[in-house]
Design a binder for this molecule. Structure first.
Ligand code: SAM
Length: 275
């Protein structure tokens, strides 16, 4: 079915991260995982020739499909202009203002995985079923002390529960990509730990994971050009020794938040006392 669509419209793929999911079994498993009901509005990013779009629209109230490539937008209009519950938005998903939606189900363009995920996580929605490059998915769901534990893991954990639903082999796509893929289930929720200043926490996590092999005290000292904490050497002495003597990669998201909270409190009190 998908192969014949690609042939009919003479779509070769390859540019704009175009690797089309041609395996019907994986397409169906993705749709089933979204657990769609007649009240669900679904956002799809990178609709391609509409292989997933069509299956989603059969179960959902509405599918809003964003596609960047004008050739594919033409295909989508040709296929779906008479389908009442499919809306097509032509444009770059990073720039388009997202409409309101309940669920997001997409075989994402992998080169924008990080930016698009964090754009999504700043919106309110119930469930995400999202295909990523396998290595990226592994970093999203990793644990402290593991090689994949990273800034991405901590940021994801701050916004949502994430789990890998299935690994998808290269052979499920056309053209065949160089990497394997995985489908992630993303359930947004409030962070299970206190963060006093979200922007500072995100900067702190980015800073200390840029020096992941260094003890936290040195990582903070070396990246203070990002954190901008006055009197940093004295401030570090106030931080919990058991935590700053470990590396970022050995600390849980909650422990990282604890240090970030203390740092932002100290930063604010120093700045307030200076004026
Ligand atoms: N949904 C189709 C499927 O499952 O086979 C296509 C998925 S393909 C991996 C990614 C799609 O995203 C391509 O159709 C590509 O043109 C589109 N795309 C790439 N960058 C995009 C962007 N910034 N905004 C919207 N769509 C984009």
């Amino acid at each position: 079915m998908v192969r014949s669509l690609l042939k009919k419209y003479n779509i070769k793929g390859g540019t704009f991260d175009q690797h089309f999911l041609v395996d019907a079994d994986y397409l169906n498993r993705i749709v089933t995982s979204a657990d769609l009901g007649p009240e669900d509005v679904v956002l799809e990013i990178g609709a391609g020739v509409g292989n997933l779009t069509e299956k989603l629209a059969r179960k959902a109230k509405k599918v809003i499909a964003i596609e960047l490539d004008p050739n594919l937008v033409r295909v989508l209009h040709d296929r779906f202009d008479k389908v009442e519950n499919i809306e097509i938005i032509a444009g770059d998903a990073l720039k388009v203002e997202f409409p309101e939606f309940d669920k997001v189900v997409s075989n994402l363009p992998y080169s924008i995985s990080s930016e698009i995920t964090f754009k999504l996580l700043r919106h309110k929605f119930k469930l995400g079923i999202l295909m990523y490059q396998y290595e990226f998915a592994a970093r999203m769901v990793s644990l402290p002390n593991c090689k994949d534990y990273s800034r991405l893991t901590v940021d994801t954990c701050y916004f949502a529960d994430a789990s890998i639903l299935m690994k998808v082999p290269k052979s499920a796509f056309q053209p065949v990509p160089e990497v394997d893929s995985a489908v992630i289930k993303l359930v947004p929720r409030h962070a299970p730990f206190e963060v006093k200043d979200q922007a500072f926490f995100m900067d702190f996590v980015a800073a200390v994971f840029s020096q992941r092999r260094k003890k936290l005290r040195n990582a903070i000292l070396n990246t203070n050009y990002m954190l901008k904490i006055p009197n940093i050497k004295e401030v570090i002495a106030w931080l919990p020794k058991d935590l700053v003597n470990k590396r970022a990669e050995n600390l849980t998201p909650e422990e990282l938040a604890k240090v970030a909270n203390q740092l932002i409190d100290l930063k604010k009190s120093i700045i307030e006392n200076e004026f």
